[in-house]
Ligand binder design. Sequence first.
Ligand code: KG4
Ligand code: ZN
Length: 352
Amino acid sequence: MRVLGIETSCDETSAAVVEDKLESLVILSQDVHRVFGGVVPEIASRAHLTAVVPVVRQAVADAAIGMRDIDAIAVTHGPGLVGALLVGVSFAKGLAASLDVPLIGVHHMEGHLFATELQNPDATPPFTALLVSGGHTLLLDVPAWGEYQLLGATRDDAAGEAFDKVAKLLGLPYPGGRHVEAMAAACDAPRHRFARPMLHGGQQPGDPDYYDFSFSGLKTAVLIAVRAAEADGTIDAQRASIARGFQDALVDSLAAKTVRGAEAHGRQRIVLGGGVACNGALQERIAALAVRQLGAGARVHAPGPRLATDNAAMIARAGLFRLGRGERSGWDLNAYATLAIPGAVARGSAAA
Ligand code: KG4
Ligand code: ZN
């Protein structure tokens, strides 16, 4: 089945064609938001409206097929900016109706879960998944596609959001994750050490904070360090150390809890997803800890930058899975700012 994927949940207009493998992928990033230091929802919706038709046409052309060769359409219908999502959902409905092909609504985070598998066929369940994006931080146990046990989540800021806010404090452009990573890489011996959020030796499985994350306190600690350095006129000399100290603390917290999750569920495989998953320090830390705690057979799979950040290929791939199970969305498919992952069960419940 040849699936056209469409993604418009935030500030990327993207379309892709996936069959047995990825046939084409077009991503148009809305540069305009840089001027405002963050995504402006109304501007995002308008930009999607302008871009969606040419982006879809290009993805179809790049796959060397015609519109009539599309067998089904998968579209992100949540979570995300509701006005932005509506552009993709409305367009997908219109196109599916005119081509007379099935339509499937895809959960954006389920898409991120499938992204790595497009590059690496080994990134299949069972595995422990860490999804770290600008809007979400989720730790999941995945015994099979479609069965997701939610182990932990952030209680405040998402990991990517923390990177973006710290980037702003350090005077770096938006989105700031990769800029903070580059700045941190310039520091070998950080003078700043921040507390690892929600991570201490006394935690036991079953404790409410055993798998959860929190990054707003870390962000405040960075703010205090920046203000102190500004006050004594040393900020230019200290930025790289602050960036490194922040990244080390965030990465330690994410890595420790991810490997805890894998160990507790007997998983040898860890799959990362979302924009922060392309952070090299995060990948290295998780890989090192996984080998130490899970054994030499442990494997950590992360998507490359193009598939880690928002894209329609992962939506088409997740849609292909759902369509293969006989699932279809009706013409009443709607867009949602918040949405539960289909097949997800809360921590402590038996996976369905
Ligand atoms: O998954 P994504 O493209 O969008 C959402 O669904 O939110 O993730 C975007 C986030 C941004 O916060 C960005 O700063 C972060 O991913 N990011 C990174 C890196 N590259 C992107 N964070 C840390 N290190 C990176 N190399
Ligand atoms: Zn995303």
